[in-house]
Ligand binder design. Structure first.
Ligand SMILES: [Zn+2]
Length: 284
């Protein structure tokens, strides 16, 4: 278990204090069963006929097949968020490749085909994109978190060995739920204001904007209205809210948004753990 040793050593040495606070937060959030979290999200998304994309840690998916079947039966999409939630910057090339491959096999074993990827912690090495190319991913939604890409409002490709990547990348807004809730302690109305502003700016450019709203937070009864309000405002601005694969395929074929929408908004949210036990297992 080389992955665990190297990565865990880093986790405890560098992030020990943070882990304690995060554990307390996660224990509180996980008091709401994940089934309820998903139902809350599905209900709001259905009201607006919108698609959500869930990058999911594959090892966690394998342990929670009932929740996975709830997602796969829905209109929403599953993507790979690695096999274990490890930072690829602290493991070897071979370990990275194994982690990605195992995630693909794991999803296949529960009859889910994944077309896209987001690395845990949005952490990539120069080698990660080569693996995404090798395993035929259609899109990546974590590379776009790098500060040089965040502000873009369109899909882009990166250079790999002097050539354009076959997969598409998507800029990722810095305004994730964990930044807004855990780091800046914002209230719901402040979050809504920030997300609305980002949508307005994107609509002006007929572009694409993507948010990372982790289900463990946004699906809570106290935060679900944030999702509802941004969908209502997005509809008012004539925006389109598809899953990532739907958006990418449509764009590749038509070079515009479906129904001549004024912009495309991609609602994504990583599932790192379905239960507090999943969270604790990641630490030990
Ligand atoms: Zn994650």
């Amino acid at each position: 278990m080389v992955i665990k040793t190297g990565w865990l050593k880093y986790l405890w040495n560098k992030r020990g204090g943070k882990i304690l606070y995060q554990s307390i937060r996660m224990a509180k959030f996980h008091k709401t069963p994940f089934k309820i979290i998903l139902e809350n999200i599905f209900e709001v998304m259905d009201e607006y006929r919108a698609g959500f994309t869930f990058p999911i840690v594959a090892s966690v998916a394998l342990k929670n097949t009932k929740l996975m079947s709830m997602i796969s039966k829905s209109r929403h999409e599953v993507a790979s968020h690695g096999f274990k939630h490890v930072n690829y910057k602290y493991i070897s090339k071979r370990e990275q490749e194994l982690d990605i491959l195992k995630s693909i096999w794991a999803f296949k074993s529960i009859k889910i085909t994944v077309r896209g990827f987001r690395a845990p912690y949005n952490a990539y090495t120069d080698y990660t994109p080569k693996l995404l190319e090798k395993y035929n991913f259609l899109w990546d939604i974590g590379i776009g978190y790098a500060s040089k890409y965040r502000g873009l409002k369109k899909f882009f490709r990166i250079r790999i060995n002097g050539k354009e990547s076959k997969f598409l990348c998507i800029p990722l807004s810095q305004w994730s739920d964990d930044a807004m809730i855990d780091r800046y302690c914002l209230k719901n109305f402040q979050m809504v204001k920030i997300l609305k502003k980002a949508m307005e700016k994107t609509a002006e450019k007929h572009g694409v904007v993507m948010f990372d709203l982790h289900p463990i937070r946004i699906g809570q009864p106290e935060y679900i209205d944030v999702l509802r309000e941004i969908l209502a405002y997005g509809e008012h601005l004539d925006g389109w809210f598809p899953t990532v694969t739907e958006a990418v395929n449509y764009w590749l074929n038509h070079k515009k948004w479906k129904g001549d929408a004024s912009f495309c908004c991609l609602l994504t949210g990583d599932i790192d753990n379905f239960t507090f036990a999943d969270y604790l297992l990641r630490l030990f």
